[in-house]
Design a protein around this ligand. Structure first.
Ligand SMILES: N[C@H](CCC[C@H](N)C(=O)O)C(=O)O
Length: 292
């Protein structure tokens, strides 16, 4: 039987990024890709990312958090999901600051200055072509040679690439809503230049402190918000000298404020989270998935 069967979960969202949180700290168990897909099915609690809390492995951390996409793949980082998890653990502990461990490293969280908002420190961005990772060498990852459409009239081209605990490509366009991202997203996510696939963002820089964007997420598809993509976009715009180190990003589900801190190179993301409902995973859901 699945480690999730009969287990309580909380359904939340981080500015529209659909998140399911399950607390496995008392009953750790392995979540398989099939389990993650079964939860995402219409009979489950459809989500973009599932955040599973495991017992802490490192001193001073609250939990080791594993992050699953709705296709069953595992992600290193999920900024909006971490803010949802943090809101639950803040409530539970009454602490002012929390540290979690993820596959991408240690993640610190704080309460934001406005009620109901939370800040997550997403760590340092990485720009080396092997770090993204890319399949071949590119010296300057502020814009790589990659395009969609006719060679002399590309529809999308020269993305900035950034690793924010996961791989991101950001295409600069006039209007992110003018493109069929559901068509280009999967093509680019699976492009051979990205051996680990990539999250694909379309973004436009409105001013030095405001960016509008939307994202096709690796392993999850079109989402209303992707926090790590917002971080990648803010950092990429600053690297190009086209935006300040602190910007507001408008995503389909709402706004995030991202600051790329000068003193230590860390990227801080602040925004709200919302509780939707809670429930218990039905064992039949997992049996059905196992026999399908
Ligand atoms: N929604 C998440 C990112 C999920 C990343 C995932 N799609 C991957 O890289 O596999 C966020 O708020 O940061």
């Amino acid at each position: 039987m699945s480690a999730l069967a009969n287990h309580a979960f909380v359904k939340m969202n981080g500015i529209g990024n659909e998140i399911v949180v399950v607390d496995l700290r008392a009953h750790p168990g392995v979540i398989t890709a099939e389990d993650a897909r079964a939860v995402a099915s219409p009979n489950g609690a459809p989500y973009d990312q599932l955040m599973a809390l495991y017992p802490p492995r490192a001193a001073g951390t609250e939990s080791f958090v594993r992050i699953y996409n709705n296709d069953g793949s595992e992600a290193g980082a999920c900024g909006n999901g971490m803010r949802c998890v943090a809101s639950i653990v803040f409530e539970e502990t009454g602490k002012d600051a929390l540290t979690f461990e993820t596959k991408a490293g240690l993640i610190n969280c704080w309460r934001g200055s406005e009620p109901g908002t939370y800040t997550v420190d997403m760590g340092k961005p990485r720009f080396g072509w092997q770090d993204i990772p890319l399949a071949e060498e590119f010296r300057d990852t502020r814009g790589i040679e990659l395009q969609v459409g006719p060679i002399d009239a590309p529809i999308l081209h020269t993305p900035s690439v950034v690793n924010m605990g996961n791989p991101h490509a950001v295409f600069w366009v006039d209007d992110p809503y003018a493109y069929d991202l559901e068509k280009f997203g999967p093509m680019l996510e699976h492009h051979p230049i990205f051996p680990d696939r990539a999250n694909i963002t379309l973004a436009t820089i409105k001013s030095r402190d405001h960016i509008v964007m939307r994202t096709w997420e690796r392993g999850a598809g079109l989402t209303k918000a992707c926090g790590s993509a917002a971080c990648a976009t803010a950092v990429a715009a600053a690297r190009l000298g086209r935006a300040d180190r602190k910007v507001r990003l408008s995503l389909p589900g709402g706004d995030l404020v991202i600051e790329w801190r000068e003193r230590d190179d860390h990227v801080l993301m602040t925004g709200s989270v919302a509780f939707e409902f809670d429930g218990i995973f039905d064992p039949a859901l997992f049996n059905a998935a196992a026999t399908a």
